[in-house]
Design a protein around this ligand. Structure first.
Ligand code: M6R
Length: 608
C-alpha cells in the first residue's frame, strides 16, 4: 500500500527519493509525489500513475536540494488525482508532509482549520496534518509535529519537512510502519526497508508513539512525551540481491518456482524424526501454555485466511484443539469466547496487515495467547505476538501470494504436530506426517516440470469470463484460493465453493460458457466429488480437474485433467494449489495483465 521515503544528506535528494519510490512500487499504488527543499523554498511534484510518470514530470527540474520526502499513494480518501497525491502542503507552501494510514478525526480537524481560514487543496484526510503543523509552527518543526500528532486519532506514519528548517526530516509513527536508515553522513526515513537498499542495511525501527528528527549531522529519537530514547541499530538482510527476477518474466512466476525451496525452508531444522514431532524454537517460550491449550482462533486476510481455513482442518486432524477461523476484519466485531486457554494465531506474509493487527490487539486485550506465522522478520505483527514462527521464505514481491501460502500450510502442520503430540497423537502418526512433509519439495518440483501442459490448458480456458472452483474438505479452501489467484491477477470473475453446495444454488449458473475447476483427491470425499462433477457435466459445463495421480475415473468424466502427486490428505493442498497458481498466471499473461502489480491491489494492506 502507500509507501514513504525521506532523505537528508550530502547527495541531491531527488534521485534518491525516486529510486526509493521505485523500490516501493511492489506494494501497490495509484499516484506518487515528492517534495525537495532548497534555499528556503519547497519544490513539489506529483503525478497520477507510475513513478516513471512522476520522473518524467520532474526531469526538467534540477532540484539541487539535499533533503526531501516522497510517497506512493493508494487511494482511500479521494480518488487517485494529482491534487490528492502526497506530499501535501500548508497554506504558505513551506511545510510538506507524506502520510500512511488514516486520520480518523480529520473531518473535525478540517472544520477547525477551515474556521481559521486554512485553504485545502485535496480531498484527503492527510492534508489536515500539514495545516495543523502550520498552526503549531513557530520556528521549530519537531515541536510543531509533536503538538500535531497529539491531536490525531487513527493510524499514521508521517514524514515532514519545512523549507526553513535546513536538512531536517521529522518522522513519527503510530500503527503504520516507518523506520530510520543510517548511512554515512546521510539519513533516511522509509515505510519499508526495501526502499533503502542499496543505500544502507543499518536500520532503526520505531515503536508506536515515537518520533525522530533526521538531519545531515545525525538523528535523535523521542517519545511523544518529548523524552529522548536510545535505540539499537539493526542490520537488515540485503533483500536487494533478492529483488531480482532471475530471468523469470514476473516475480509471481519466480516465486511459484521458488516453492520447493521455500517449503524446505519452512521445515528445515524443525523436524525431530526420532520422536515423530516438530521443534519450533519460536514457540519454546510458551511451551507450557501450549500444553494446556483448549482452543485456537486463526485470524488473517485474503490468501492467509484461506491458509487459516486449511489450518482448521490440519489442527482438527492432528490435535484435540477446538479451532475457529476468522477473517481478521470481522474478528474485532465478534463476541468470541476468548480466555487464557485460547491462542489467537495471526497468519501474515507482510506482518503489516492492518486488519490482522487490529484483531490481535483486540485478542491481547482479552488475555489470549497471541501467536504468529509471519514472513517479514521484525514486522509489526511479529513484534506484537507472544511467540511465533517465521516462514523464512525470502521476500515475496508479486502481489498475488504464492510461496508464502504453501509455506504457511507447512508451518501450520508443524504447529499442529507439536501440539498434537502433547495431546495424544501417536509417534507413528507423527512420523508419517514428517515423512510426507519431507517429500513435498520433490513433489512440487515434479508439478513444476508439467508447466507447459498447464500453460496449454490455461490458454484454452483463457476465453471464459466466469469460473467456478469447487472442492470438498481440504480442497474447499484450495478452491477458494485458486479462484482468488485467478480473479486478482486476470480480473476474471471466479468463485470458490464447497462442491456439496453446488446443488443448493450455484449450479444454476452452469452452461457451456461457465467452466468449473474441480479439485479432487483420493480421500473420503472422492466419490461425492465424482457425483458433483457428473452433475455439472449433465448441464453441459466444461470441467477441468486438478486430481491426484491414479484416480483414473476422473480422466473419463472430465474434459481436462492436471495430475498432481499424492500425499497425506492434510498436505494435499500444498500440491494442489501449484497448478492453480500457474493456471491463473498463464491466463493473466495471455490477457496482458500487470501480473506483479494488479490494478487496485496492494502488497501490504496497511489500512483497515
Ligand atoms: O500480508 P498478509 O499475508 O497479511 O496479506 C493478506 C492479504 O492481503 C493477502 O494475502 C492478499 O489477499 C494477496 N493479494 C493474495 O494473493
Amino acid at each position: 500500500m502507500c509507501g514513504i521515503i525521506g532523505y537528508c544528506g550530502n547527495k541531491a535528494a531527488k534521485p534518491v527519493l525516486l529510486d526509493g519510490l521505485k523500490r516501493l512500487e511492489y506494494r501497490g499504488y495509484d499516484s506518487a509525489g515528492l517534495a525537495v527543499a532548497d534555499s528556503n523554498k519547497l519544490a513539489v511534484i506529483r503525478a497520477v500513475g507510475k513513478v516513471c510518470d512522476l520522473e518524467k514530470k520532474g526531469i526538467a527540474r534540477p532540484l539541487p536540494g539535499h533533503y526531501g520526502i516522497a510517497h506512493t499513494r493508494w487511494a482511500t480518501h479521494g480518488r487517485p488525482s494529482e491534487e490528492n497525491a502526497h506530499p501535501h502542503c500548508d497554506c504558505q507552501e513551506k511545510i510538506a508532509i507524506v502520510h500512511n494510514g488514516i486520520i480518523e478525526n480529520y473531518l473535525d480537524l478540517k472544520e477547525e482549520l477551515l474556521a481559521k481560514k486554512h485553504v485545502f487543496k485535496s480531498e484527503t484526510d492527510s492534508e489536515v496534518v500539514a495545516h495543523l503543523i502550520e498552526e503549531y509552527y513557530s520556528g521549530d518543526l519537531e515541536m510543531a509535529v509533536l503538538k500535531t500528532v497529539q491531536r490525531l486519532e487513527g493510524t499514521f506514519g508521517i514524514a515532514a519537512i519545512h523549507a526553513d528548517n535546513d536538512s531536517q526530516v521529522v518522522i513519527v509513527k503510530r500503527g503504520s510502519p516507518i523506520i530510520i536508515g543510517v548511512g554515512e553522513n546521510e539519513y533516511f526515513a522509509a515505510s519499508d526497508a526495501n526502499a533503502l537498499l542499496p543505500y544502507t542495511q543499518k536500520i532503526i525501527s520505531l515503536n508506536d508513539d515515537e518520533m525522530a528528527v533526521l538531519h545531515a549531522a545525525g538523528y535523535h529519537i523521542k517519545n511523544l512525551n518529548n523524552e529522548f530514547l536510545q535505540k539499537e541499530i539493526e542490520i537488515c538482510e540485503n533483500r536487494d540481491a533478492l529483488a531480482d527476477k532471475k530471468g523469470f518474466e514476473h516475480f509471481m512466476l519466480k516465486e511459484i518456482f521458488e516453492q520447493p525451496e521455500s517449503i524446505e525452508n519452512a521445515f528445515r531444522g524443525r523436524l525431530i524424526e526420532s520422536e515423530g514431532v516438530s521443534k519450533l524454537g519460536g514457540l519454546e517460550p510458551v511451551k507450557e501454555r501450549l500444553k494446556s491449550l483448549k482452543k485456537i482462533v486463526i485470524v488473517s486476510c485474503g490468501t492467509s485466511y484461506y491458509a487459516g481455513l486449511l489450518g482448521r482442518y490440519i489442527f482438527e486432524s492432528l490435535s484435540e484443539l477446538h479451532v475457529e477461523v476468522e477473517v481478521a476484519s470481522e474478528f474485532r466485531y465478534r463476541k468470541l469466547k476468548i480466555d487464557k486457554n485460547t491462542a489467537v494465531l495471526a497468519l501474515s506474509q507482510s506482518g503489516e496487515t492492518a486488519d490482522t493487527l487490529a484483531a490481535i490487539r483486540e485478542a491481547k486485550r482479552k488475555g489470549a495467547l497471541i501467536l504468529g506465522i509471519v514472513n517479514v522478520v521484525g514486522s509489526a505483527i511479529a513484534q506484537i505476538t507472544d511467540a511465533g514462527v517465521y516462514n523464512h521464505a525470502g521476500p515475496e514481491f508479486g502481489v498475488a501470494s504464492t510461496k508464502i501460502y504453501t509455506s504457511q500450510l507447512v508451518i501450520l502442520t508443524l504447529m499442529a504436530l507439536l501440539i498434537g503430540r502433547y495431546q495424544g497423537i501417536s509417534y507413528a502418526e507423527g512420523s508419517e506426517v514428517i515423512q510426507a512433509i519431507k517429500k513435498l519439495p520433490r513433489q512440487v518440483k515434479k508439478i513444476l516440470t508439467d508447466m507447459e501442459h498447464i500453460k496449454k490448458i490455461a490458454l484454452d480456458y483463457a476465453q471464459y469470463k466466469d469460473f467456478l472452483f469447487i472442492g470438498r474438505l481440504f480442497n474447499y479452501p484450495t478452491a477458494m484460493e485458486g479462484a482468488l489467484k485467478l480473479k486478482e491477477i486476470s480480473y476474471i470473475h471466479a468463485e470458490g465453493y464447497p462442491a456439496g453446495e453446488m446443488k443448493h444454488g450455484p449450479i444454476s449458473l452452469i452452461d457451456e460458457q461457465f467452466p468449473t475447476v474441480a479439485i479432487v483427491s483420493r480421500d473420503c470425499t472422492f466419490e461425492k466429488m465424482l457425483s458433483n462433477i457428473q452433475e455439472i457435466k449433465a448441464r453441459s459445463g466444461r470441467v477441468l480437474a486438478v486430481a491426484s495421480q491414479g484416480s483414473s475415473r476422473i480422466g473419463d468424466i472430465c474434459d481436462d485433467v492436471i495430475w498432481v502427486p499424492e500425499t497425506l490428505p492434510i498436505l494435499q493442498p500444498v500440491l494442489n494449489i501449484i497448478p492453480l497458481q500457474l493456471f491463473a498466471y498463464f491466463i493473466a499473461r495471455h490477457k496482458g495483465c500487470d501480473i506483479d502489480k494488479p490494478r487496485n491491489l496492494a502488497k501490504s494492506v496497511t489500512v483497515e
